[in-house]
Design a protein around this ligand. Structure first.
Ligand SMILES: N=c1c2ncn([C@@H]3O[C@H](COP(=O)(O)OP(=O)(O)OP(=O)(O)O)[C@@H](O)[C@H]3O)c2ncn1[C@@H]1O[C@H](COP(=O)(O)O)[C@@H](O)[C@H]1O
Length: 108
């Protein structure tokens, strides 16, 4: 059973971890270590998706994508952003073909 509200709940947990103890919270530790550490984790998780994809193991791909989404949420929180900022961006793009968008960009 899927529950799209998990993104909002997770974002709220991450926000709350801004004042938590890095000794007891992974998110608090990441936020405490700062942007470079969070960025390293995002890149690391993206690489792990690459390996999972090449393995072709669907469960593994889903797990690594969850790791990437989670670390992206931490990065967004670091910048004072949340999942709704990304979802709104996707909503704005809905129905616009990437090919059309690229052509419009080239026209200036
Ligand atoms: N969704 C996640 C989640 N996904 C992945 N991870 C952690 O992300 C880490 C990434 O995996 P790695 O193998 O790269 O970990 P690692 O080598 O130990 O990491 P580093 O030493 O490089 O930092 C692991 O420690 C995972 O447990 C997560 N940690 C927390 N959450 C959520 O965040 C909430 C708050 O977590 P805490 O702040 O720890 O309470 C949790 O209740 C969960 O809902």
């Amino acid at each position: 059973m899927t529950d799209p509200a998990i993104l909002d709940r997770l974002a709220a947990t991450i926000e709350a971890r801004k004042s938590a103890d890095p000794a007891t919270s992974y998110v608090a530790r990441l936020l405490h270590e700062g942007e470079d550490k969070i960025l390293r984790k995002v890149v690391e998780e993206a690489t792990e998706i690459l390996l999972a994809s090449k393995d072709g193991d669907k469960r593994h791909i889903a797990r690594e994508t969850a790791d990437l989404w989670f670390h992206c949420l931490v990065l967004l929180a670091h910048h004072g952003l949340g999942p709704n900022d990304v979802l709104n961006e996707l909503l704005c793009r809905e129905g616009t073909s990437g090919i059309d968008e690229k052509a419009l960009r080239k026209m200036g």
